[in-house]
Design a protein around this ligand. Structure first.
Ligand code: FES
Length: 318
């Protein structure tokens, strides 16, 4: 049992318990979302002792210099002093430009905010101090707005609220974060972009940024969904493929063979049977964790190199 010191209090800290739970049990309002080191909404500052390396995985140099840690991943065998940290200290206020329905349960939220970004990165959007959510950026760096495709579920605390937003409303945003975006070293490689659900939104932005930067190699987009009706972003992708000869689009159905039409009904089977020799490809994967996990495995079996695979796995509809 170690101790955590905060506000002149010494609190018992069972070694198997994450710091997030210890602080929340004591009534400290540390925000959280994913509980797995991805969303970065649970940051606290270490004021005494050495920040555990595992609790700083994925943080930037600047965040580490501030002695920040992700409390959901913070375990320690030494006593630590901590203070609360609100990432919204570095928030930016964004103005709502529009909320548009893209499908029965998917909206596009467009925001105006003074931030530089790349399509494929993600940002934290705040409904209030306790309700942050991360969403991937669906607009490209040259666009004059931020765009997010948000799946709305009946129990989605953030998404249901976002659906009600109106132009000129404001919300706090933080970021951008993440490196799942087109970078100069990708210019020499063919790209494979594979997504399911709203994961297609950031990868569409990645493709647009690559084309805007003169990417000359092939760009192969795999867009998977559970039914043809769920391929809500098919038309913009088809347009992109029509306008650029190097873009190939394959729309695939994950479960229903009757809707697979000319393509194999299973995206993993498709990768297994039709994609080989991915050694030189730069690969981007985005979607539900199970999809990303299976696709990574298939890509590695087809020769992909781990450092050339960017991925962003998320649970939709929060
Ligand atoms: S709760 Fe998401 S990183 Fe800790």
């Amino acid at each position: 049992m170690t101790k955590v010191f905060i506000d002149d209090k010494a609190i018992d800290w069972p070694t198997q318990q994450p710091l997030l739970d210890v602080l929340r049990q004591q009534g400290y309002p540390v925000a959280f979302s994913c509980r797995s080191g991805v969303c970065q909404s649970c940051q606290v500052r270490i004021t005494q002792g050495t920040p555990p390396a595992a609790a700083q995985a994925g943080l930037t140099v600047a965040q580490k210099e501030k002695q920040l840690v992700l409390s959901c991943c913070c375990y320690s065998e030494q006593d630590l002093g901590v203070s609360l940290y609100d990432p919204r200290e570095e928030q930016v206020t964004a103005e709502v430009l529009s909320v548009t329905s893209l499908a029965d349960d998917i909206i596009e939220l467009r925001l105006r905010a003074p931030v530089a970004f790349h399509g494929g990165q993600y940002m934290t959007l705040w409904r209030d101090a306790q309700t942050p959510r991360n969403y991937s950026i669906a607009s490209a760096a040259d666009d004059d707005h931020l765009s997010f495709h948000i799946q709305v579920r009946p129990d989605g605390q953030f998404s249901r609220w976002a659906k009600q937003l109106s132009p000129t409303d404001h919300l706090s945003i933080y970021g951008p974060l993440g490196d799942c975006h087109y970078q100069p070293e990708h210019s020499e490689r063919p790209l494979l972009l594979a997504a399911c659900g709203t994961g297609i939104a950031p990868l569409y932005a990645v493709a647009r940024e690559a084309l805007a930067k003169g990417h000359s190699h092939n760009i192969h987009i795999l867009y998977a969904a559970r039914s043809a009706a769920r391929l809500y972003w098919r038309k913009p992708l088809e347009q992109l493929a029509q306008n650029h000869a190097q873009v190939r689009l394959d729309c695939l159905i994950l479960e229903d063979p009757s809707e697979g039409k000319r393509k194999p009904a299973n995206v993993y089977e498709f990768v297994r049977s039709e994609l080989t020799g991915l050694q030189n490809h730069q690969i981007f994967l985005c979607g539900a964790p199970s999809f990303v996990q299976k696709m990574r495995k298939q890509c590695f079996m087809a020769g992909a190199r781990p450092r050339q695979v960017c991925f962003d796995a998320f649970e939709a509809g929060r």
